[in-house]
Design a protein around this ligand. Structure first.
Ligand SMILES: [Zn+2]
Length: 283
């Protein structure tokens, strides 16, 4: 079927260390760097833009839209879904969607939760997304190893049978089946650490089966010097977990976009009738 490349547009420290931190100029610089790379390669992607980023760098969001990329929502403040009440979540996504639509003049169809934090305990958020006018969500990570995940979730897109009877398509990020388990292989830290031949094989095998591969990355992964430049103390564990593999990330990304055709996430969500997913009754 297709590869879709998604980018969570945000600031590393604000999204990873503390959501109260400011969005830095570096986040915009890294995003422009990635946009230059995509323009040079004539590739369009889906950008899930954080509201706090859009508030500080509206011109960067306008550039994303003007260059043919899909602008979708990454929420406003980068607070995990399960830490929000339904009312707070609704306010966060409504603010983000309205802001992005005002900036670009285009409807926002997709949403991705911070850190894939939409899990079984926060499935109520799916109904709220449909109510707020989103056509699809791409917040579920069906791999068993990720920090936030839903390991028994379908690996391919589904059309959700929501309690409200509204429509919402779920585009889970890619996984790879091995030894009877779903392994993470979609992007971010996994693309920093996994060797390119393995990533290539996972994408090629998925496409050969006629299936969808949803990949993701962040602008800061194209910036190997970021952590070394931080003046405040960062624990060694954070430096390793967040910094390892950044140096080789761009090379792998370039191989991915030159080796495979890709399309925007909204085209996949609306491109066909996906199987209906019925939620299990609560025990
Ligand atoms: Zn994020």
């Amino acid at each position: 079927m297709s590869l879709t490349i998604t980018v969570d547009v945000e600031d590393w420290a604000q999204s990873t260390l503390d959501s109260a931190l400011p969005i830095t100029e570096r986040a915009a610089r890294n995003t422009h760097y990635l946009l230059d790379l995509l323009a040079e390669s004539r590739r369009t992607v889906t950008c899930f833009v954080l509201g706090k980023f859009a508030e500080k760098f509206p011109d960067c969001v306008r550039r994303i839209a003007a260059e043919g990329h899909e602008v979708a929502s990454h929420g406003f403040g980068h607070v995990e879904v399960f830490k929000q009440t339904p009312a707070e979540f609704r306010e966060d996504v409504r603010r983000s969607k309205g802001q992005l639509e005002a900036l670009t003049g285009m409807a926002v169809a997709g949403y991705r939760a911070p850190d894939f934090s939409l899990m079984r305990n926060s499935f109520w958020a799916l109904d709220l997304l449909a109510e707020e006018g989103f056509a699809y969500d791409s917040s579920i990570n069906p791999s068993f190893l990720a920090r936030f995940c839903v390991p028994d979730w379908p690996a391919q897109p589904v059309s959700l049978a929501l309690p409200s009877k509204r429509c919402l398509v779920e585009l889970p990020v890619a996984t790879m089946q091995c030894l009877g388990r779903s392994w993470p292989v979609a992007g971010g830290g996994y693309h920093r650490l996994l060797p390119w031949p393995l990533i290539r094989r996972a994408i090629a095998a998925t496409l050969a089966r006629g299936e969808v591969f949803v990949a993701y990355c962040h602008p800061y992964e194209f910036d190997p010097a970021e952590l070394a430049d931080k003046t405040y103390h960062l624990p060694l564990k954070t430096r390793l977990h967040q910094g390892l593999g950044r140096r080789g990330f761009e090379t792998k990304f370039r191989k991915m976009i030159s080796g495979f055709e890709s399309c925007r996430a909204c085209s996949i969500a609306t491109g066909k009738q996906w199987p209906i997913y019925k939620f299990k009754e609560k025990a």
